[in-house]
Design a protein around this ligand. Structure first.
Ligand code: TPP
Length: 325
């Protein structure tokens, strides 16, 4: 095992996967000579050459459109969109084609495509470089969406995504790229798509979260533990299809739920979780469910960034309000 940051784990996984499978091709803006803006693709061009590591024009629609063609013809493309805010140039390809081809061809063709993109705020970037648009990818039948919160899960989810026969969006929380290191398993390591991770066990309240908010919620859970409140923290890992079984099991035990994400609140992932919990275990609830989320606004510039996203204090406050209800 090696101690790696998330971006190092992603880089190493790309190296390993490409060594093992000739069908894997990486393409995107600056992924070759520059090694990617965040250095996730460093060393790939030197090792695998320009036929498998392709520096593309600044044209996201072309990147995803070409990758769909490659996938249909038997390759395993990993397309990089330089920042999540630019993925919408390729949204039509994702929405109208990649996700639908299996149904359209009555199972004849799949699109085994992975689209990676740095995601979310926390590094004081500019507009289009700090968005959390995951909800806009959850309403597309045929598409899966994963967001790792640890270096090990970054490896496991990337491996599962490339092994999946259908398209997977893989968002990489920028704030976690270099936040901490951990031991990452050597060799083949997968994390099943659709399976949440129990971060911390507790019996008083459940906190469901993912991506850059996992460490924020963990800190909040540690804080309230010193007051005698045991919070259970669940990291979704897969946003769609999410692990409703794990959530229901936990809420049935604790009777209280907070959902936390940095994306805007309204019509967000949290709203769907609240709806499904209401449908399945309303009678287990001892208090109203609370959402701790980003605001319903365009991602603010760096100076105001910290006011828009949940922090530990807000999560602690929501825990207090829910437990004391
Ligand atoms: C649609 C879109 N995709 C990606 C980016 C991120 N981006 C900013 S600058 C840049 C490189 C631009 O290279 P080039 O057009 O050669 O201009 P220069 O090197 O002179 O800045 C990229 C990819 C962006 N701003 N907009």
């Amino acid at each position: 095992m090696a101690r790696l940051s998330m971006v190092e784990a992603i880089n190493r996984t790309l190296h390993e996967l490409m060594e093992q499978d000739d069908r894997i091709v990486v393409l995107g803006e600056d992924v070759g000579v520059d090694g990617g803006v965040f250095r996730a693709t460093v060393g790939l061009l030197e090792k695998f050459g320009p036929m498998r590591v392709i520096d593309t024009p600044l044209a996201e629609s072309t990147i995803v459109g070409s990758a769909i063609g490659m996938a249909i013809y038997g390759m395993r493309p990993i397309a990089e969109i330089q920042f999540e805010g630019f993925i919408f140039k390729s949204y039509d390809h994702i929405y109208s084609h990649a996700s639908r081809l299996r149904k359209r061809s009555q199972g004849g063709y799949g699109v085994p495509l992975v689209i990676r993109a740095p995601y979310g705020a926390g590094v004081r970037a500019l507009e289009h470089h700090s968005d959390a648009p995951e909800a806009l990818f959850t309403h597309i039948p045929g598409l899966k969406l994963v967001i790792p919160a640890t270096p090990s899960d970054a490896k496991g989810l990337l491996t599962s995504a490339i092994e999946d026969p259908d398209p997977v969006i893989y968002f990489e929380p920028k704030r976690l790229y270099r936040l901490f290191k951990e031991e990452v398993p050597e060799g083949r390591h997968t994390v099943p798509i659709g399976q949440a991770r129990l971060v911390r066990e507790g019996h008083d309240i459940t906190i469901v979260t993912y991506g850059g908010m996992v460490s924020v919620c963990e800190k909040a859970a540690q804080h309230v533990a010193s007051e005698g409140v045991e919070a259970e923290v669940i990291d979704l890992r897969t946003i769609w299809p999410f692990d409703i079984g794990a959530i229901v099991e936990s809420v049935t035990k604790t009777g209280r739920l907070i959902v936390c994400h940095e994306a805007p609140r309204s019509f967000g992932v949290g709203a769907e979780i609240v709806a499904q919990v209401s449908e399945r275990c309303l009678l287990s609830l001892l208090a109203p469910i609370r959402r701790v989320t980003g605001n319903d606004i365009t991602a603010p510039l760096a100076k105001l960034e910290e006011y828009n996203y949940p922090d530990t204090e807000q999560v602690v406050r929501a825990i207090h309000e829910t437990v004391q209800f």
